[in-house]
Design a protein around this ligand. Structure first.
Ligand SMILES: [Zn+2]
Length: 217
């Protein structure tokens, strides 16, 4: 905490004046570009790896970047906070894109890969069930063979959570762009799903151009 409190003091003295105009504008309204659903992991920071600024992203973070699926009525079967964020982002803020961002070395995915029944903590054990289908796919040999089982699962999980998102009524109605991202911590490289290759690959200049081209259509 000491570092955080000192950080506030430093921000007040140093960078706050630079942000004066930005926050004066943001005080009137927010118009974020995307809903960003990521793992709670302290290392997955879009403001660093995607150069985001205040006002850019509407954020939901939870262990394992999971989305509890919706039932046939398009409403969440379990977690209301995330469902509320999806409704608010799409219907009030009118964001047109949703990103689900997993990452390498994910503790939630390690727990899931090791068998959810072995998780000691009741809420975590229950919450991770929204990744069960990805663990099942891992057991059936799916995923990038060049990755560790934990990271393979993490990538399969990102794709699964997009399926869960599609089960929500506002997502079906608004049809936002859905973006599977995966952050590799050791290289600080953001990967996106390449449907043509059937695997995640780094968003370099070429891949970024392809992604942007697809979004124009
Ligand atoms: Zn994680």
């Amino acid at each position: 905490m000491r570092k955080l409190v000192q950080g506030i003091v430093d921000f007040r003295k140093g960078r706050r004046p630079d942000y004066a105009e930005t926050f004066a504008r943001l005080a009137l309204r927010q118009k974020p570009d995307a809903l960003y659903i990521a793992c709670s992991d302290s290392r997955v920071q879009a403001n660093v790896f995607a150069s985001t600024e205040p006002g850019d992203l509407f954020v939901v973070r939870n262990p394992g970047n999971l989305v509890s699926p919706a039932g046939p009525d398009g409403k969440s079967i379990s977690d209301e906070s995330e469902a509320a964020a999806i409704e608010f982002a799409l219907d009030v803020l009118e964001v047109r894109d949703i990103i689900v961002c997993g990452h390498s070395g994910c503790g939630a995915m390690a727990a899931l890969a090791a068998g959810r029944e072995n998780v000691r903590w009741p809420h975590l054990r229950s919450w991770l069930r929204h990744g069960d289908a990805a663990a099942e796919r891992l057991r059936h040999g799916e995923g990038d063979p060049e990755r560790t089982p934990q990271d393979r699962l993490s990538q399969l999980n990102v794709l699964l959570q997009l399926e869960h998102l599609r089960s929500y009524e506002p997502v079906r109605r608004r049809a936002p762009g859905l973006h599977p991202w995966w952050f590799e911590i050791a290289t600080a490289e953001v990967h996106a799903w390449d449907a043509g290759l059937g695997r995640f690959r780094a968003i370099d200049d070429d891949h970024a151009a392809q992604i942007l081209q697809r979004m124009k259509r």
